[in-house]
Design a protein around this ligand. Sequence first.
Ligand SMILES: NC(=O)c1ccc[n+]([C@@H]2O[C@H](COP(=O)([O-])OP(=O)(O)OC[C@H]3O[C@@H](n4cnc5c(N)ncnc54)[C@H](OP(=O)(O)O)[C@@H]3O)[C@@H](O)[C@H]2O)c1
Ligand SMILES: *[C@@H]1O[C@H](CO)[C@@H](O)[C@H](O)[C@H]1NC(C)=O
Ligand SMILES: *[C@@H]1O[C@H](CO)[C@@H](O)[C@H](O)[C@H]1NC(C)=O
Length: 295
Amino acid sequence: MSMLWLSFYCLVPTVIATMRDLGKSGRLEAEAGVLLNKTLVIRQLDVTSEHSVKKCLDSLPDQKVDILVNNAGMGQIGPLESISMEDMRKVFETNFFGVVHLVKEVLPGMKKRGSGHIVVISSVMGLQGVVFNDIYAASKFAIEGFCECLAVQLLKFNIFVSLIEPGPVNTEFEMKLMGEVSRSDFPGTDAETIRYFKEIYLPSAHEIFASLGQKPDAVAKATVNVIGMNQPVFRHQTNALYTPLTALKYADNTGNLSVRTFYNLLFNYGTLFHMSLGFLRCITCNCFRRRVMPV
Ligand SMILES: NC(=O)c1ccc[n+]([C@@H]2O[C@H](COP(=O)([O-])OP(=O)(O)OC[C@H]3O[C@@H](n4cnc5c(N)ncnc54)[C@H](OP(=O)(O)O)[C@@H]3O)[C@@H](O)[C@H]2O)c1
Ligand SMILES: *[C@@H]1O[C@H](CO)[C@@H](O)[C@H](O)[C@H]1NC(C)=O
Ligand SMILES: *[C@@H]1O[C@H](CO)[C@@H](O)[C@H](O)[C@H]1NC(C)=O
């Protein structure tokens, strides 16, 4: 699902859940039950299409959006050399310009009413880059910078901005990425990089999802909590186990600590790394979590 809008008409909150392919609405319709078309309405929206954004907003009474939740996003992994410029731009069109466009459209109404809340599902990779996620991390950094600027400007209008920063979440996200890389032969990439990517990065990434991965419900609940706050926080990391990794850069502003730590985790302490993840998996009771992808 790409986005949710809540609009409060006559004190009955209306959620407008959007997706680019309405053919996928079956599960949400079933979950909604009797609320469908009453407090929950499903609309088509492709965040990368100007026409679709306009059509969707025009379909709302007075184009009124009180809370905008930007969730649509796509991942991308692999050696930089193997990814076409066109495919890199697609990530920015969705993860960055998609959000920018929606925010731009709902702002005039929020400013006029003197209230509103813009929520963006970012990522811990919007705070700390991770190898082979270059463009995805850059797109999330970009949206974090955009939101940092707006949060200050919009406070003047009583409009809040919040970034939700999940660590790994067990959704279709990882499967889609693994599916894509399994079909690629990484044109233009040297053999050593391909080896690091396949033999070191992919198994580690899989371990991280299996050990630290949250259920999507946990992220949804955290988002609802932030929406319910009287003075919504600007940033919220949903996965406490991941927080130390994002804190490194703040502990040493030369960046040496974070660069060296990530380097060592990946290239020098492979075994230690797997053992720590195994330990984390056990203390977080995830020992029996179903694997989300074939190894
Ligand atoms: N999963 C993770 O580990 C993780 C971690 C941190 C942050 N996040 C962020 O969480 C958000 C949700 O991701 P997810 O994990 O739920 O992944 P997902 O299962 O792949 O869901 C992403 C959703 O975005 C939709 N979408 C993609 N492009 C769109 C567009 N142009 N217009 C409208 N909708 C579009 C997809 O629609 P289709 O079904 O039509 O493709 C899909 O429903 C993303 O912003 C992601 O970056 C995910
Ligand atoms: C909800 O509204 C849609 C679009 O107007 C319609 O196609 C659908 O049949 C309605 N479903 C229910 C359960 O009212
Ligand atoms: C950065 O870290 C490396 C490895 O720990 C160390 O050798 C180097 O002296 C550090 N550089 C600075 C400027 O602290």
